[in-house]
Ligand binder design. Structure first.
Ligand SMILES: NC(=O)c1ccc[n+]([C@@H]2O[C@H](COP(=O)([O-])OP(=O)(O)OC[C@H]3O[C@@H](n4cnc5c(N)ncnc54)[C@H](OP(=O)(O)O)[C@@H]3O)[C@@H](O)[C@H]2O)c1
Length: 314
């Protein structure tokens, strides 16, 4: 496993992080809780120390299963969750809320779900335009003082939002989508992170599974799988992406790696990236992801993938 310092914190995170979005079975089709727990244990055995979830993931179930999987080791792991995205049951829609009242309510729920005393990294899930950055940061700073959280992180922020929130406290990291098919973060987010010395946590490293190359025209997702609405899993996109999937395959054979490992390696080989979080359902998936650590693509190979990926999304 490779480890890297997260921004200016004293955390050395495994560059392969465990993503908890699929756990609980609400967002990525059905999952088996037992299998999720085994996958978490497997991850720890393989040197993964960075575990990401959110209070909204399967409405708290992802946090609860993560806690079960980590077991007694949970206080020694880097446990990260998120706050600020809520669910309107009646309208079946999510909405943003970073009001101090909600933050103080949500932290107690997350601590109880995770069964831990302190959350290592508490991340703002999305900015909320109804609450001022000052109010949100004052509430988060208070949680830090009260030792309920160690560090504050953010997610899905623009550079302007980073600057606005950084005025009122220290934000250590950001979560951004970044993969061969989504290179937008390079333009504005990475320079902003460099300026503020923030860690970069790249999510969707294999484009929701697409870059593994295991899906085809006949793939049918479960009813509650977010990929039914994803830009990646359309016939048109699948056709367009063929040259990229072929190039990934070609490179993977050269290194005796899998397509998934090559796609993750492409993300890790950007020096701005601290770590990736991959959405994991099974022990097999995390084992494969860990195989992306400990080697590198050549500059030429990475450039080729970058160029082909850019052409597809342009
Ligand atoms: N901050 C945010 O707003 C935000 C947004 C999205 C995600 N995230 C975080 O980032 C994590 C990852 O992002 P993501 O779920 O969007 O995308 P991802 O990691 O690129 O894709 C996850 C999907 O890929 C498939 N997969 C996983 N390992 C695989 C392997 N070894 N081989 C082949 N397929 C594999 C799994 O689905 P199948 O097994 O069904 O194929 C899995 O659900 C999430 O779990 C979450 O923690 C954060």
């Amino acid at each position: 496993m490779e480890y890297k310092r997260l921004g200016k914190t004293n955390l050395f995170v495994s560059r392969i992080g465990f993503g908890g979005l699929a756990i609980g079975g609400f967002h990525y089709g059905k999952t088996q809780d037992k299998e999720s727990i085994t996958a978490i244990k497997k991850a720890m055995n393989l040197g993964v120390n960075f575990f990401d979830t959110a209070d909204i993931y399967s409405f708290g179930k992802s946090e609860r299963i993560l806690s079960k999987g980590l077991g007694k080791k949970r206080e020694n792991m880097i446990v990260t969750t998120k706050v600020g995205m809520r669910w309107n049951k009646k309208r079946k829609k999510s909405y943003y809320d970073l009001s101090p009242d909600y933050i103080f309510e949500a932290i107690e729920k997350s601590l109880s779900n995770l069964k831990i005393k302190k959350i290592t990294l508490y991340q703002i899930h999305y900015p909320d335009l109804k609450t001022t950055a000052l109010d949100t940061m004052e509430a988060l700073n208070e949680l830090k003082k009260g030792k309920k959280i160690k560090y504050i992180g953010c997610s899905n922020f623009t550079p302007a939002e980073i600057a606005r929130y950084q005025r009122y406290g220290r934000i250590e990291s950001i979560q951004v989508p970044y993969n061969i098919l989504d290179q937008k973060a390079e333009k504005n987010i990475f320079p902003a992170c460099h300026r503020w010395q923030m860690g970069v946590i790249a999510f969707s490293p294999i484009a929701q599974g697409f870059l593994s190359g295991k899906y085809n025209e006949k793939t049918k997702f479960n009813k509650n799988d977010r990929r039914n609405k994803s830009k990646y899993f359309t016939l048109k996109f699948l056709k367009r992406s063929k040259p990229l999937l072929e190039k990934i395959k070609e490179i993977s054979l050269r290194y005796k790696k899998t397509a998934t490992q090559v796609a993750i390696r492409w993300v890790l080989d950007n020096p701005n990236v601290t770590c990736i979080i991959i959405g994991v359902k099974t022990p097999k998936e995390i084992k494969e992801a860990v195989g992306a650590a400990g080697w590198r693509l050549s500059k030429k190979e990475r450039n080729e993938l970058t160029r082909i990926g850019k052409k597809i999304i342009s």
